[in-house]
Design a protein around this ligand. Structure first.
Ligand code: ZN
Ligand code: ZN
Length: 460
C-alpha cells in the first residue's frame, strides 16, 4: 500500500512536473513566435520577399523557357523578342535592335536619378549534359559552319529571369520610387561585342543617360541564396592574341639547312613566362597563357611556320599595354637570335575582341552592399575576391560619361551540393561546363530581391 502510494505520488509528481515543463515550453515558444513576428514585421523587405516568392511560378516558367531556347552570340533573335515583350507588358517604352539584338526598355516615374539594369542574353556552343528535365537539346550551325549544341552554360538565362523579375517588382511599386529605369538586354557578351555595339548605337544618347548601372553574374562556386560583392577591380581586361612564328622548313635530318619554327615557338613560349614573373611588379595582377600551339605535319619534316594562341589578363590599362609591348619585344628578340631576317619576324596580332576590366565604383558598391546586408542579412552577403575572368559590363563605365557601375555575384549552388563540395566529395562544375545547373528557386528569388532592393534604394 505504502509502496503503491509512493509510486502514485511519484507518477503524479512527474506528471505535474511534465505539465509545468509543457507550460514553460509553450511560453518560450510564444515568446519566440512573438519575436519572429516582430522581426518579420520589422524587416522592411518582408513585403518584397513575399511578393517575389509569390511571383516565382511565373519566373520559373520564364527561366525554363530561356533555358530550353538558348541562342548563340549575335543570334539572340527570339530571346530578345521575349525580353522586349516582357517589358512591354509592364508599361516600359521598348526599343529593339539597339546594337544588333539589343533591347532597351525605359520606364519614367517622375523626378530622380536614372538607373540602368543590364542582363546579357547569349548562350554558348556546348552540348548540355545536366540531365535536367528542361535541359536544352538545341543544335545549330556556328558562324564557322560547324554543327554545335547550344546551352546556357554561363547562366545568362538566370540573368534574364532576374532582370524580368526585378522589372515586374519595380513596375508594381511605382509608389516606392521616383526616377527613370533603363532596362537593357545585351547581346553577344560571350564574344565581347554586345556592350560595345549597344554603346556605339547610341545607348547613352538615344535613351536617358544613367546615373548608375548595375548587373549581376551567376557564380558557380557560391551557395544559392547568397550574393557576393567587391569594390574596385572585380574582373579583368581580356585580350586574345595570335602569334605566327616563321622559319624555313626542310628535312628533319638536316636541321642546319633550316630555321626551325617549332624550336623558336618553344623558346617564345618559355620566354613569355618571364613577362609576369620578371618584368611586371609582383603587386600587379596579370596572366599570360599560351592556350594553343599548332605546327608541323610529320616527325621528319621541319615546317615553315607555327601558330600560337594566347589570352592576356590584367586590371589596369598600363599593365595591359606593357604586356603587349613585352610580348612583341620577346618575339622579335627570339627571331633575331635565330638569325632570321626582319621580314621573317613573328607576326603578333591582337584580336579585335578586347573586353575591358570591370571596375566597381567603390561608393556605389558600398552603398548597394549595405542594402544587401539589410535585405538578405550579413551571412548571405559575402565579400569576394576579384578574378581574372572577364565580362564586357565594364564598358558601360568606360565612356566619357563615366557612369558608376556595379556588378555583383549571385550564388547558384544547391545547399547539399555546396556541403558535399566542402567535404571534398563533389567537384562543382564551373561556368561554361556542360554540367552547370543552378538551383533555380533560391538563385532567382535571391537575385530578384537583391536587384529590386538595390534599385529601390538608388531611386529613393
Ligand atoms: Zn561566360
Ligand atoms: Zn557570362
Amino acid at each position: 500500500m505504502m509502496k503503491h502510494l509512493i509510486l502514485t505520488s511519484l507518477i503524479l509528481g512527474s506528471a505535474m512536473a511534465l505539465s509545468a515543463q509543457n507550460a514553460l515550453d509553450a511560453l518560450i515558444q510564444e515568446a519566440r513566435d512573438d519575436h519572429a513576428h516582430l522581426s518579420r514585421t520589422n524587416d522592411p523587405y518582408a513585403g518584397l520577399k513575399a511578393a517575389v516568392q509569390e511571383d516565382y511560378p511565373y519566373l520559373q516558367d520564364l527561366y525554363q523557357h530561356y533555358h530550353l531556347h538558348p541562342e548563340l552570340s549575335f543570334h539572340e533573335k527570339e530571346t530578345s523578342g521575349r525580353m522586349a515583350s516582357e517589358l512591354q507588358q509592364l508599361g516600359f517604352e521598348v526599343t529593339e535592335k539597339v546594337g544588333g539584338y539589343g533591347v532597351v526598355g525605359v520606364l519614367r516615374n517622375g523626378e530622380g536619378p536614372t538607373v540602368l539594369v543590364r542582363a546579357d542574353m547569349d548562350a554558348l556552343p556546348i552540348v548540355e549534359d545536366t540531365g535536367l528535365p528542361y535541359a536544352s537539346t538545341v543544335t545549330t550551325k556556328d558562324d564557322a559552319g560547324n554543327e554545335v549544341g547550344v546551352m546556357h552554360a554561363c547562366g545568362h538565362d538566370v540573368h534574364m529571369t532576374v532582370w524580368t523579375g526585378a522589372a515586374r517588382q519595380l513596375a508594381e511599386r511605382k509608389d516606392q520610387w521616383s526616377g527613370t529605369l533603363v532596362f537593357i538586354g545585351q547581346p553577344a557578351e560571350e564574344r565581347g561585342g554586345g556592350a560595345k555595339a549597344m554603346l556605339a548605337d547610341g545607348l547613352y544618347e538615344r535613351f536617358p543617360k544613367p546615373d548608375y548601372a548595375i548587373a549581376l553574374h551567376v557564380n558557380a562556386g557560391m551557395e544559392a541564396g547568397k550574393v557576393g560583392c567587391r569594390s574596385g577591380y572585380s574582373l579583368a581586361n581580356v585580350d586574345m592574341m595570335d602569334i605566327t612564328v616563321y622559319g624555313q622548313g626542310g628535312h628533319g635530318a638536316y636541321p642546319h639547312t633550316t630555321k626551325d619554327p617549332v624550336l623558336l615557338a618553344s623558346r617564345i613560349v618559355v620566354a613569355l613566362q618571364t613577362v609576369v614573373s620578371r618584368e611586371l611588379s609582383p603587386l600587379e595582377p596579370a596572366v599570360v597563357t599560351v592556350g594553343s600551339i599548332h605546327g608541323g605535319t610529320k616527325g621528319n619534316v621541319i615546317p615553315n611556320e607555327v601558330g600560337l594562341e594566347l589570352t592576356l589578363r590584367s586590371y589596369t590599362d598600363e599593365v595591359r599595354a606593357a604586356i603587349i609591348e613585352k610580348i612583341n619585344r620577346i618575339c622579335k628578340g627570339v627571331a633575331l637570335s635565330a638569325g632570321l631576317e626582319e621580314s621573317q619576324y613573328p607576326k603578333v596580332e591582337l584580336r579585335d575582341e578586347f573586353t575591358p576590366a570591370t571596375y566597381n565604383d567603390p561608393e556605389l558598391a558600398n552603398r548597394v552592399q549595405q542594402v544587401f546586408v539589410k535585405a538578405l542579412g550579413k551571412d548571405r552577403t559575402l565579400d569576394v575576391e576579384p578574378v581574372m575572368g572577364g565580362e564586357d559590363f565594364g564598358r558601360y563605365g568606360r565612356t566619357e560619361e563615366e557612369v558608376p557601375i556595379f556588378m555583383f555575384w549571385l550564388g547558384t549552388v544547391a545547399k547539399e551540393q555546396m556541403a558535399a563540395a566542402e567535404r571534398g566529395q563533389l567537384q562543382l562544375p564551373s561556368l561554361h561546363n556542360s554540367g552547370f545547373a543552378p538551383d533555380p528557386e533560391p538563385t532567382i528569388t535571391t537575385g530578384v530581391v537583391a536587384m529590386t532592393a538595390a534599385v529601390l534604394n538608388l531611386l529613393q
